[in-house]
Design a protein around this ligand. Sequence first.
Ligand SMILES: [Zn+2]
Length: 288
Amino acid sequence: MPELPEVETVRAGLEPVLRGRRFVHVEQRRKDLRFPLPERFAARLTGRKVAKLDRRAKYILIHLNDGEVLAVHLGMTGRFSVSRKGDRDAAQLGEFAHEHGNDAKHDHLVFTMSGGAVVTYNDARRFGYMTLIPEREIAHDAFFRGLGVEPLSDELSPAYLSSRARGRKSDLKAFLMDQRIVAGLGNIYVCEALHMARIAPGRAGGRISRPRLGRLAVAVKAVLLEAIGAGGSTLRDYVQPNGELGYFSAKWRVYGREGLPCPECRTAIRRRTDSGRSTFFCPSCQRT
Ligand SMILES: [Zn+2]
């Protein structure tokens, strides 16, 4: 499942080919992804212009210049590739941690933009979805209502974390992964942030001191920005044919590194599994 930095990398990759461009042609090859696509989806998009792109949690928001937004969630295996009219090779936006191939039979939507970019949405397992929402209704929309603060915004502050954590008996990892508290954080970056902040993943959220929650807020932003930077630095080449984006170049501190030395103290990283989800941590740096 793409995590926030991957989604942000895809957003940044789409920006130069979509922003200020019109949908010249929209080829819709099925009626649904995870959910039905909007009525007359292709016809409604055709001819409309993209004003800007941004992101909320793990949604890419493609703002059209007439007040409506095309919201895209990549689900598990959704991905975009970009080619130019007449090119055979498409550059894929973001090399994902979990590969599911790129079989053309899973190309469900093809957007041809003014400016010549052909943007293809491929989704093997079809957990992704797209919808059109009036801009002013986003905050109340079922997909967005109730989402917590953006982790990279100033709203994720020590004061916010401490007010939300107060009295919580559930562990800090579950607390951080609760989308109603912080939107868009997943397993990988929660493990990474807890390690950077030197906090044991199993500690009860309500029992962490304010200064440590402050360190945690800083760590969440730092690990996300580092990953986005790593993705972004490879995006310069994305229009090149065969543009393999060397994205997650094993830069994780603890995630996926069971038995390997902790980057801080060289103690072997441990893995614990609860309800099918792995937690990676350093038993020495993250003792309490
Ligand atoms: Zn360590």
